[in-house]
Design a protein around this ligand. Sequence first.
Ligand code: SGN
Ligand code: CA
Length: 553
Amino acid sequence: MGSFIYKMINLKKTKSICLSSIIIFLMGCGSQKETVKKYARPNIIFIMSDDHAYQAISAYQDNLIATPNIDRIAEQGMLFSNACVTNSICAPSRATILTGKHTHLNGKIDNRLPFDTTNITFPILFQQAGYQTAMFGKLHFGNNPKGIDDFLILPGQGNYINPDFITPRGDTTIIGYVTDIITDLTLSWLNQKRDPEKPFMLMYMHKAPHRPWWPRADKFKEYSKMNFPVPSTLFDDYKGRGSAAKKAEMNVLYDMKYGHDSKIRPETIVEMGSVMPKVPPMNWDGVDGFYQNYNRANDEQKALYDPIIDSINNEFRKYWPSMSREEKMRWKYQRYMQDYLGTIASIDDNLGRLLDYLKETGLDQNTMIIYTSDQGFYLGEHGWFDKRFIYNESFKTPLLIKWPEHIAPGSKNDEMVQNLDFAQTLLDVAGIKAPMDMQGESLLPLLRGEDKWNREAVYYHYYEYPAVHMVKRHYGIISKTYKLVHFYYDVDEWELYDRMKDPSELNNVYKDPAYTSIVARLKLELKDLRIKYQDSEVLDQQFIDVYRDNGWL
Ligand code: SGN
Ligand code: CA
């Protein structure tokens, strides 16, 4: 899918430069403390990582990685423990965030179909209201952002090593590591380009920790030696669930690629011969996944990666043939976590650079900072990686917000808030009127600690099927206590989870007589939500027909 979108964008290289070094030099020249200006309107920094599971933020869960800088936002502001998305996949989540509408209304139901650029997005409204706007990093729409004065965005999924960027002035390749570069660009804009007379709305959007997970070489070295705790459901056999969970192709043991994901060189696989399953180490396009990424590195960078890759390959050659299936799963899980979390270590370091800069310049005082992800991610729970499902780890998303003098430091909120709410929240904070057809709610009362929130349940709808990872289409209603799901395409199956008694969602109690009246009530509420958000069977069918018309079914 990533490459599909990548190919659709006709990259025209105009220059290839080592921007980071120039930026670092420029930044050193301008770090004197700026006079703090109390604008009537606050600045906004919207920070989003790609596929960042809340389990990998120590303010949420501290047994995998320490993220002291992300945690600073929680310490100085509010952490939302029940934040979730409307459709757990990248571009649809971004479309919902920008438009404040469910994906069936903004049209971006999946990563494949184009984003309708006639949509009104919150950056357009900020720009019209006199804000300076900028975006650096991953957008993933296949078209340039509207309402943004300055941007450098990655084409499609982007790359970790020596990434290409789309800019208003043409395309470029920047030498270095993507997370460092996106931060350099952001800091350089704040320091050099920002107009101090205007408030700004800045979007700082990481590619990390999206697959294929390539940490910076020093983090790769550090994390490849680590051992991580295994989730209790790593060996889930999907009994007690419907066919969607059983048929999904996102199991760490069976679906993760040796080369593309685990960094086993194709030569090693060939050398091991019949010991290996007859699955080549290919990525989804049939290209050799390992070299596709590795070959982006120049000789100097390869020299840093090579010793670590060699040691992983040596270990693999030595131990893999005699491992039991369980040991293989554990080995792949560790490789997965080492690389995934290694990319997050760079996010946290770089966020620290940004937070320090804001503090040094006094800019932090009148700036709201939001940290979130486009969705959650499975870190071995249910044996999975990836997202898409309405089940907890991918349905939830991290959300931490700080805004000095407005949000009480160290506060927590457990309301069912959604990425659908972000646009209206930001507009509200800036005093800009939100269009009537936005479908979320401003979170401002919650941020102020006020007791004004009436939402009991949220609506979710996932579409991208058939496609990579093969997660069936489904919609559902989720409250703090229950989750009712309808898998409606290919199958007609309902699932109900008792979120209080079964937080790991292992037992579908839809047919359990003890839940008959709850099912009946939730079905009515789900129907009401479908009407409220203007979703319907007619639309469900239209989106199936689009796939048929494109030959994707
Ligand atoms: C790529 C990934 C998939 C992932 C999709 C969508 N494969 O195709 O694992 O589900 O992106 O991700 S990769 O090995 O080529 O990266 S999303 O975050 O953009 O929705
Ligand atoms: Ca994503």
